[in-house]
Design a protein around this ligand. Structure first.
Ligand code: SF4
Length: 241
């Protein structure tokens, strides 16, 4: 995980004029809007429970009804890629999750992800499912939401993303009601999602009882991983946890 090992992210693949520019120069001039970097336990996905450095980028074009990170919509600080990689390295943890907001709303999220992989981290990306994931570095585990009707953002689902799923990606449905559950089950079957990658079902905290969701999953024998948000059980809704 040596910062100086970072190659010029994406440049060669995209035929950029400055593809041969020094890595240090590229990383020191590439900027991102950052809400926070912190060390916690991964609360969701197949990586749940692992000590993980979270990089929360600022901004999101969606407004899900149950969003629990509205503090990331605005504000934050502008940092260079060099600075961000150094902050991540301070924690000395091999697992990194890039999240938001919607991290892909910033174009420089792509070189950030590539740089983290180049530096030797095991990297996951949490994304709303509304934006194109096809350009994300193939080494990244993409955790892609599919927004059910209860989110208020169903129309934003980018269905083209499904064609790009690989077995080390994950699809996540966050569900607020029985209607959301039925919708998710239909989508999952119609799109054969469980054959493409692991599928996660999560209840919206305070709206759908976890035990109720568990009963539905068991009754239908769904090939999904039911999950609760470990970090909220441990620390509630505290930012930076
Ligand atoms: S996509 Fe995520 S960050 Fe954006 S509004 Fe929805 S839940 Fe919040």
């Amino acid at each position: 995980m040596v910062e100086s090992s970072t190659r010029h992210p994406q440049g060669a693949d995209r035929g950029c004029k400055d593809a041969e520019a020094p890595v240090e120069s590229y990383a020191s001039t590439t900027t991102l809007r950052l809400t926070e970097v912190f060390l916690s336990l991964q609360g969701e996905t197949s990586r749940a429970g692992l000590p993980t450095v979270f990089v929360r980028l600022t901004g999101c074009p969606l407004r899900c009804s149950w969003c629990d990170t509205t503090y990331s919509f605005q504000g934050g600080e502008t940092v260079t890629l060099t600075t961000l990689l150094a902050r991540v390295a301070e924690y000395g943890v091999p697992t990194v999750c890039v999240t938001g907001g919607e991290p892909l709303a910033q174009k420089n999220c792509l070189p950030l992800l590539a740089a983290l992989c180049d530096a030797g981290y095991s990297v996951s990306l949490e994304t709303s499912g509304a934006l194109d994931v096809s350009q994300v570095d193939a080494r990244v585990s993409r955790v892609i939401d599919i927004k059910p009707p209860g989110s208020g953002e169903e129309a934003r689902n980018r269905w083209e993303n499904i064609a790009h799923l690989t077995p080390h990606d994950e699809i996540k449905f966050v569900l607020a009601s029985r209607a959301d559950y039925d919708w998710a089950r239909e989508v999952m079957n119609a799109q054969k999602l469980s054959q493409a990658c692991p599928v996660l079902f999560s209840p919206v905290q305070g709206e759908l009882a976890p035990a109720q969701l568990a009963e539905w999953v068991i009754a239908d024998r769904l090939p999904v991983r039911m999950q609760v948000q470990l970090h909220k059980i441990l620390w509630g809704n505290a930012p930076g946890k």
